[in-house]
Design a protein around this ligand. Structure first.
Ligand SMILES: [Zn+2]
Length: 291
């Protein structure tokens, strides 16, 4: 009986601490309405609570969270990388996510493409991803387009975004996204995963003498190795997609050191991470002439 009453006291203590914590943010919310940090978007009490674990980070704070709520991110591909990236970005409170993918959900996708569920088989991937994101966070405005992004729409979407996540699975799309990002000077967060291996880098045209994707890979018509032919272990896509989301948040809030000019490589079998320095190629056909 004594043990039980001690446990109840501990639970009550815990709850009252929580209530104190919530109230401090509620008061903060009232204060903010008088002195908004950013006039475009003022968080309500519910949002202050939803994002409280990010806001309490001094590097993020209220101002950083408001930047995220005002941000627009373009995600190309709603598969193995796009799923976790989009889910974390929605959860973190990105204001607008635009997602392009021309594919439908297949049973063989579900092992790693975690924004789709068994009930979604046959649906457009962008539709099931959109539903998942709405369930995670109704604050995030999701624009879902079932289309392979190329040409003029690609330039328009890149131009409208604060950052672009390349979560695609083919070289032609990757080179086209890179060209559009260089053209519009928009940061590109590029990820890839296959077998037990993953890699991620950030290309930020015009910033810190950043290389571009084309400085790293040559456009020679080579076919990209695919997961359907080579296989991929499920969590590798989750790890790389999550890093892409983190890099996007860092860029938008201007915190930490982005992976600009660095290629992060993961060997999931040995669990060794390697960092490769990347240099801008002065004769790069994409970025060599623009800067
Ligand atoms: Zn380049």
């Amino acid at each position: 009986m004594e043990v039980l009453s001690k446990t109840i006291t501990q639970v009550l203590d815990f709850v009252s601490q929580r209530i104190l914590f919530l109230n401090s943010y509620t008061l903060l919310g009232r204060f903010l309405k008088i002195q908004p940090v950013n006039e475009k978007y003022t968080m309500n009490d519910e949002q202050l609570l939803r994002y409280s674990r990010q806001i309490m980070l001094p590097q993020v704070d209220i101002a950083g969270q408001q930047k995220l709520l005002n941000a627009k991110i373009l995600i190309v591909g709603a598969g193995g990388l796009g799923s976790p990236a989009a889910m974390y970005l929605a959860a973190a409170g990105i204001g607008q996510l635009t997602i392009y993918d021309d594919d439908n959900v297949d049973l063989s996708n579900l092992q790693r493409q975690i924004s789709h569920f068994t009930k979604d088989i046959g649906k457009a991937k962008v539709t099931s991803t959109c539903q998942t994101l709405n369930n995670i966070n109704p604050d995030t405005h999701v624009i879902a387009v079932q289309q392979r992004l190329a040409g003029e729409p690609l330039l328009r979407e890149v131009n409208d975004a604060d950052a672009v996540l390349d979560c695609s699975d083919n070289f032609s799309t990757r080179f086209a996204i890179n060209k559009a990002c260089v053209n519009r000077q928009i940061p590109l967060i590029s990820g890839a995963a296959i077998r037990f291996e993953g890699q991620v880098s950030v290309f930020f045209p015009g910033r810190n003498n950043s290389p571009c994707y084309n400085c790293l890979y040559q456009e020679n018509g080579e076919e990209m190795q695919s997961c359907s032919e080579n296989g991929v272990i499920a969590p590798i896509t989750g790890i790389i997609g999550s890093i892409q989301a983190l890099e996007a948040i860092k860029l938008l809030t201007n915190i930490g050191d982005a992976l600009i000019g660095r290629l992060l490589l993961l060997d999931g079998l040995t669990m060794e991470w390697n960092m490769m320095r990347l240099r801008k190629n002065p004769s790069c056909p994409t970025c060599g002439k623009t800067d």
